[in-house]
Design a protein around this ligand. Sequence first.
Ligand SMILES: *Cc1c(COP(=O)(O)O)cnc(C)c1O
Length: 314
Amino acid sequence: MAATERGRIRDATLRLPSPVEELVDSRFADRSVRLLLKRDDLINPEIPGNKWRKLKYNLEAAQRDGHETLLTFGGAYSNHIRATSAAGHYFGFRTIGVIRGEPHEPLNPVLAYAVEQGMTLAYLDRTTYRRKHESDVVQRLHDEFGEFYLLPEGGSNALALRGCAEIPAEITEHFTAICCPVGTGGTLAGVAAGLQTGQEAIGFSVLKGGRFLGDEVRELQEQAYGRERGRWRIELDYHFGGYAKQKPGLTAFIDDFADQHGLQLDRVYGAKMMYGILDLVERGRFAEGSVIVAIITGVADNGARPSCCPWRTG
Ligand SMILES: *Cc1c(COP(=O)(O)O)cnc(C)c1O
């Protein structure tokens, strides 16, 4: 069935290219650098930010190949699960969300939302979940659910990188560095692939012990392009204790930023990146005249404690 017959998000509801805004803040002006915000959080309220970027070409491929079902994996608070359920609803796919761990009643707001969008939930115990992409586990899922298009955990695959690689080209202003948070590394890998010479991508790990993420980025680029692309690096010191940790210092930073700029940063991803950018600027790590872009990859609160790192915790 063609995309249009199934119903799709009307073009009007996807705000693309996403807006670019300058952030006026003396902390940047004092160092003679500029900060631009790439507002991917405004693309669509249900499928915001990098989740839309990563789904875009996967949805196209799934439709082209005649799939009727999308199956993916995530923790119980996963933004990717949430976005996939919404994409299924809009684009006319059945969706199956395979959730790490045991079912809990009542469903948390992320999973309740996903079910409202028509997603079927299944659960894998933590041991099996760790092997979720192995063929015997996938085969068992096929036995249970029939044919499906498989999106990996976090939605990061070669087609996801191609979607993220379109971000830099949407920015018409000259810039020298572009920043994003790093969970799986898919967004950073794609963004770096879309750079011009003279530009660099800087990722901010939201995970404690994120040293392995560099290999993930390299591997994803190999899968997508057959080689490494673009100049990029990952800052490892701005995770604030790890994925789901609630550090008072970060809360104060988020509140202060919201007071000054009227933008509520999400605590798992965006706030850590922004804190890191400001810290690097104040340490003089960006040359005078640098123009830095910060990608706002998502929204502050999906109505839930955005929590739990599916690929690193227990
Ligand atoms: C999922 C998510 C990320 C992480 O992106 P990766 O491609 O997995 O590194 C960053 N920001 C937000 C808001 C997200 O929801």
